[in-house]
Design a protein around this ligand. Structure first.
Ligand code: ADP
Length: 683
């Protein structure tokens, strides 16, 4: 490209200072650089001694090149140069060329030793000056580039340091808070353990076990969070030891035997070398194995299988461990996320925190390995990790001295077995007590609610909405306490179906929810929940609410009983329950003269089971179905007698009695008046 066409104005002019006590020198320079000055390539500054030169440098901080004479009055060139070395100009990027008499080597050496970049000799040859100027300019550019790079580097380092400091801060914070949380937790667990040893009282034992297992769960969660933050901050160090991995695997699998047996899951090592020594951090590897095995057992139903496998590759430089189950599997869409922190498969909430796998993967990667998963929903999953075979550790891991710290991990990671929870409360059915159905997926929470209500009520429990509906339909409880978030069928759906079914529509529902959000409340109430409790709740409050609702039903029952039984003429139906009672009444009415019509036929007509009809009618009216039918017949007879629709025998047959004398007996018992007396009182 032609130089003339170059975008000159974009290049800032070179700023050059000339210091010389000879006035002619200035004239010469100005003349020679006239063109360059005019085209904006160069700015010229002139001073007549060192001190003036320094002043100009102070004023124009972008002057980068200086040509200075050495012998000058007031301040000579050497002093000028030395001043540039002082603190004031320390950070200034400058290139100084000395202009000195030809042959004055002493001066030149002096100047060069004092920081001059180059020299030219007098009388000045303009070409020489120009070349030296260009050289100085190039040099200056390089210095600027160097400085920019250095600054960038410095700021990068500073940023990294800052990031590290903030990671450290985070980690310290975690460490501190963990410690702060661990201490009170330990102080909760200790006394609970001691009290558990001393107590025989079933309810107390039950409650304390819940406290204990949840404290443990919390402790484990805290520990995992701390581990995760350590890994992320890069401060988790591996303690590699020489480990016989197959032996360690056998040990770990053995410690899961009980649990597998209890769940009737076949757990075994399928294939592995007899012995294989490699360097790894046994504690961390065990942590990974526990996570994978707990998950496999947790997500595999009874009768399933969990297989462990270990193989070394041919080159003997890597090995793979795999844990395969025949469990519920993971939906295809979720597979890429299972190692994300806090990830849990939708609908399987309440079963863990979603930290385990992300931590396991981090720990595998810390060992320079890889972890992955294969899974087909409904068929099972296989998690496997591959680690490089490393040798050279001096410390040997002694399996014999190793104590598996199972209880914490295992109990915590896996929901307590249903069988472990004492269910006496549920078993002892006392007919005089109202029945409460508890629908809650968390076994501990279910047990806690049960423990609160056990003394006063017959209890039934269900682990999700669907199960809850089955039980509700079967037993028609007097009240339901139900959770909102549950797998399979949540509390809202449960409640709405319950309230739409004639058999159960009258049953009051208390919803328990962890979300205090008012919208939830509204949604629940719209779907027919009768009351709300937000978790954590106080036992006393739960008991009061349950009692209030059940008593409320008793008042309602008195109202219905009066309305329903003493007034054979149709009542005006307002609520769902009144509509139901009206239906009952019209069914009975339609069969009034049919002496064969009884409870069985009523149930068939209503499309409900005998228990359902019985439970519903006693809940609404306080009376059995048989009693309701009989009373309806008698009340109608009373009406007919009053309206004088026929003789007593006729009326007896009309309301479904086959024998007038039996009719008279029942009528008299019910009204404390004989039919004849009623007749008489009318005339
Ligand atoms: P946690 O078990 O504490 O929830 P993890 O990180 O160990 O956390 O697991 C994350 C999620 O991955 C689990 O909630 C579960 O949904 C799914 N998952 C893990 N292992 C299995 C498995 N073997 N079978 C089916 N799903 C699994």
């Amino acid at each position: 490209m032609d130089k003339a066409q170059a975008p000159v104005e974009e290049m800032p002019p070179r700023k050059v200072l000339f210091i010389d006590d000879e006035q002619d020198f200035e004239t010469l320079i100005r003349q020679r650089f006239r063109k360059a000055v005019r085209s904006g390539d160069i700015d010229l500054y002139f001073a007549y001694n060192g001190a003036d030169g320094l002043d100009l440098l102070r004023k124009h901080t972008d002057i980068g090149i200086v040509f200075t004479d050495i012998n000058m009055p007031e301040m000579d060139g050497i002093t000028f140069l030395r001043t540039l070395e002082t603190e004031e100009f320390q950070d200034r990027l400058l290139r100084v060329v000395v202009v000195t008499a030809f042959g004055n080597m002493k001066n030149i050496r002096h100047a060069m030793n004092s920081g001059a970049f180059d020299f030219i000799t007098k009388p000045v040859e303009f070409d020489d000056l120009k070349m030296t100027l260009e050289k100085a300019a190039n040099e200056l550019d390089k210095m600027h580039e160097g400085r920019a790079a250095a600054q960038a580097l410095e700021s990068a380092i500073r940023e990294k340091e800052l990031a590290r400091a903030s990671e450290k801060l985070k980690e310290d914070f975690f460490a501190n808070i963990t410690h702060e949380l661990r201490t009170p937790l330990t102080l909760i667990m200790g006394p609970v353990e001691r009290t558990l040893e001393l107590t025989r009282e079933a309810h107390t034992v039950q409650n304390l076990k819940i406290v204990h297992s949840n404290s443990r769960r919390l402790l484990q969660l805290i520990n995992r969070l701390l581990d995760l933050s350590r890994v992320e901050a890069g401060s988790m160090k591996l303690h590699r030891k020489r480990v016989d991995l197959p032996a360690l695997l056998r040990e770990v699998v053995t410690s899961f035997r009980d649990l597998a047996a209890r769940k009737q899951i076949e757990l075994r090592i399928q294939r592995q070398p007899e012995q294989f020594f490699t360097d790894l951090d046994p504690e961390r590897i065990v942590q990974i194995l526990y996570n994978l095995l707990s998950n496999a057992l947790k997500f595999t139903p009874e009768g399933g299988r969990v297989l462990v496998d270990m193989a070394v590759d041919e080159a003997m430089d890597r090995f793979t461990v795999s844990i395969k189950d025949t469990g519920v599997g993971i939906p295809q869409a979720d597979l890429p996320h299972v190692f994300d922190r806090f990830f849990r498969v939708e609908g399987r909430q309440g079963k863990g925190t979603g930290i385990g796998l992300s931590l396991s993967k981090e720990l595998v990667e810390l060992h320079a390995g890889e972890m992955s998963v294969r899974s087909i929903e409904g068929l099972g999953s296989e998690f496997f990790f591959t680690l490089p075979h490393v040798e050279g550790a001096t410390e040997v891991f002694e399996l014999r001295e190793w104590e598996p710290q199972l209880p914490e991990d295992r109990e915590v990671n896996i929901a307590p077995d249903e069988d472990e929870i004492p269910q006496e409360a549920e078993r002892a059915i006392d007919d005089s007590r109202p029945t409460v159905l508890i629908v809650e997926d968390n076994p501990d929470m279910r047990q806690l609610v049960a423990a609160e209500l056990a003394g006063e009520y017959n209890l039934r429990t269900a682990g999700n909405g669907r199960e809850g509906l089955t039980i509700a339909n079967e037993v028609v409880p007097d009240l339901v306490v139900c959770d909102v978030m549950m797998p399979e069928m949540d509390g809202f759906e449960f409640c709405s179906i319950l309230k739409q079914d004639d058999a159960t529509s009258h049953v009051p529902v208390i919803m328990l929810t962890a979300r205090a959000a008012i919208e939830d409340k509204l949604e629940g109430l719209e779907l027919g929940a009768d009351d709300y409790l937000t978790k954590p709740f106080e036992g006393r409050e739960l008991r009061v609410r349950v009692r209030n609702l059940i008593q409320g039903r008793v008042r309602l029952r008195d109202y219905f009983r009066n309305q329903f039984l003493t007034a054979p003429q149709p009542i005006k139906a307002k609520s769902r329950e009144e509509v139901f009672l009206l239906k009952v009444k019209s069914v009975i009415h339609a069969h009034l003269s049919d002496e064969q019509f009884g409870v069985e036929a009523l149930c068939t007509e209503l499309g409900m089971s005998r228990t359902q009809v019985h439970r519903k009618l006693t809940a609404l009216t306080g009376n059995s179905a048989g009693y309701v039918i009989r009373t309806y017949r008698l009340e109608t007879a009373m009406e007919m007698l009053r309206r004088d629709t026929g003789n007593i025998s006729e009326i007896a047959y009309d309301v479904g009695f086959s024998s007038p004398s039996y009719f008279t007996k029942c009528f008299t018992e019910h009204f404390n008046l004989t039919p004849r007396e009623v007749r008489k009182s009318l005339t």
